[in-house]
Design a protein around this ligand. Structure first.
Ligand code: HEC
Length: 151
């Protein structure tokens, strides 16, 4: 009986803790700017909730964490022009975890990002901050995906 209870509580912990961990990373590393529920602050910090960037190519999101982002960017039809510092000191696992959290919360529905995907882009660290022209246009990526699905 006791053993069974322990097994059940360990199973529950294993399912709950990873999510809890990523939410904590969000609180510590993103919340101050992107706010509760990823809503952002109009004209200052862009939203993560239902952002075309968040739901677009994983590569963009990983590179933003590794290099930071500056200059003008359109998010959900509104223009932002501030700077986001890089989070390159975070581990591959933590970057993957917080990005996966953001992509599966706040009304977002995009694939998980793995630590291996982050690791593969580590050589980006130390390069100048990104601007929008360095990123894959999420609208074009969505079109391409649609075309491929038709084939
Ligand atoms: C110091 C404030 C700050 C912090 C902390 C921060 N960001 Fe940002 N973030 C910004 C700003 C400002 C931009 C837009 C940069 C620009 O104007 O070029 C941005 C842009 C983005 C974008 C692309 C645009 C969008 O809204 O979809 C993503 C994705 C993003 N941030 C994710 C994150 C995640 C995930 C974290 C935490 C790991 C984080 N940011 C932490 C300020 C911040």
């Amino acid at each position: 009986m006791m053993k069974k209870l322990l097994t059940i509580s360990a199973l529950i912990a294993a399912t709950i803790i990873p999510t809890f961990g990523s939410a904590e990373i969000y609180q510590a590393k993103c919340f101050a700017c992107h706010q509760a529920n990823g809503a952002g602050i109009p004209n200052v910090f862009p939203p993560l909730a239902e952002s075309e960037w968040v739901n677009g190519p994983a590569e963009n999101l990983i590179r933003i964490q590794l290099r930071g982002l500056t200059g003008e960017i359109m998010v959900k039809g509104a223009k932002y022009n501030m700077a986001m510092p890089a989070n390159a000191a975070m581990t591959d696992e933590d970057i993957a975890s917080v990005l996966t959290y953001v992509r599966s919360n706040f009304g977002n529905k995009a694939d998980a990002i793995t630590a291996d995907e982050v690791k593969a882009l580590r050589s980006e660290v130390g390069k100048p901050m990104l601007t929008v022209k360095d990123l894959i246009d999420p609208a074009k990526a969505a079109e391409k995906k649609k075309d491929e699905e038709k084939k």
